[in-house]
Write a protein that binds this ligand. Structure first.
Ligand SMILES: C[S@@+](CC[C@H](N)C(=O)[O-])C[C@H]1O[C@@H](n2cnc3c(N)ncnc32)[C@H](O)[C@@H]1O
Length: 315
């Protein structure tokens, strides 16, 4: 019998898509996922309509720079840097992962809009989409979503609050991201029974039974970022915590449903979907992102679950 990791290798051979494009249902028939190394719009256009039950995307934020995360080892290597009290240290770069986040501002919303139009087509009738942005883009992106999905299809603006990083001295430190949730039609999934409940802030104000049961989460989510020293950490810039995706996938899909992420990054959506028994479609243009996601899936397969997925290179 093959181990889960071996199954990944055997079915993980690359293939060019046929003229009919990526037949999601067919490809997922006996596999848990499709990992696509390709451009998001091009990929979406090859997908049939109504292929996904849930979409989560965390698009590039248009910071105007390259997103980079380097890991270094101090004490050896050719390079030098200045540290505390001007002391010089030798160091070597042990990993260097990056992707461009430099779409010109005037093109950014158009970039998103064309992909959101395709995303709506690819969603099933009862499906929904979560779009993860931040305070710099949320007001613009909400208008685009209103236009594509309809104002009446807006469900929530979720505030993901965390506490990490620098604190400016001239304004309130911005410590949240915004996740906009829209439905495709008047029916959508919201599985309150599947949600992890939370403790009441003032348990003495509710009955002991209610306090023991906990409450359903609101639209403000306190979830820590992926800690630097955690096993979850992949080294990919802008990696999102699995906890965040767990809440979204549990609330808005059922086991066996198809979850699509067309800005997949380090594979958080794919890994969590797999853990929760959903099928997944991952897309990313960056070779680093694809490499890290494959490593991550293989690690999970070796240790925790069996993953048999198909790899498609759209070039
Ligand atoms: C903010 S990151 C996603 C991070 C991800 N949520 C995670 O947890 O790791 C955005 C991703 O979009 C990818 N990307 C940017 N432009 C793209 C495009 N046109 N097509 C496909 N992927 C793209 C980048 O390579 C990057 O991995």
């Amino acid at each position: 019998m093959s181990t889960p990791a071996e199954r990944v290798r055997r079915v993980g051979a690359s293939r060019e898509p046929g003229p009919a494009g990526i037949q999601v249902a067919e490809a997922l028939g006996h596999r848990s996922g499709i990992l696509i190394h390709g451009e998001s719009l091009r990929t979406l256009r090859t997908m049939p309509a109504e292929a996904a039950d849930l979409i989560y995307i965390d698009p590039p934020f248009n910071t105007g720079r390259r997103r980079r995360l380097q890991s270094i080892t101090l004490g050896s290597g050719e390079r030098e840097r200045t540290g505390y009290q001007g002391r010089r240290y030798r160091y070597e770069v042990t990993s260097d992962v990056s992707y461009p986040d430099n779409i010109p501002k005037d093109r950014y919303l158009q970039f998103l809009q064309v992909r959101l139009i395709e995303a709506r087509r690819v969603l099933k009738e009862h499906g929904s989409i979560y779009v993860h942005v931040d305070h710099r883009a949320v007001h613009h992106v909400r208008l685009v979503l209103d236009e594509v999905f309809g104002e009446d299809r807006f469900l929530n603006e979720i505030i993901w609050a965390y506490d990490y990083g620098g604190r400016p001295r001239d304004r309130w430190p911005s410590k949240h991201d915004n996740i906009l949730w829209y439905a495709k039609s008047a029916k959508w999934q919201f599985n309150t029974e599947a949600m992890e409940r939370m403790p009441y802030m003032a348990p003495s104000l509710v009955s002991p039974e209610k306090a023991a049961r906990g409450k359903l989460p609101t639209d403000v989510w306190w979830i820590t970022i992926v800690p630097t020293n955690s096993a979850e950490r992949t080294g990919y810039p802008t990696q999102k915590p699995e906890k965040l995706l767990e809440r979204i996938i549990q609330a808005s899909s059922a086991p066996g449903d198809v979850v699509l992420d067309f800005f997949g990054g380090s594979g958080t959506t794919a890994v969590v979907a797999e853990k929760l028994g959903r099928k997944w479609v991952y897309v990313d243009i960056s070779p680093d992102a694809v490499r890290i996601t494959r490593q991550r899936l293989a690690q999970q397969a070796g240790g925790m679950f069996g993953t048999a997925y198909e790899v498609v290179k759209l070039g």
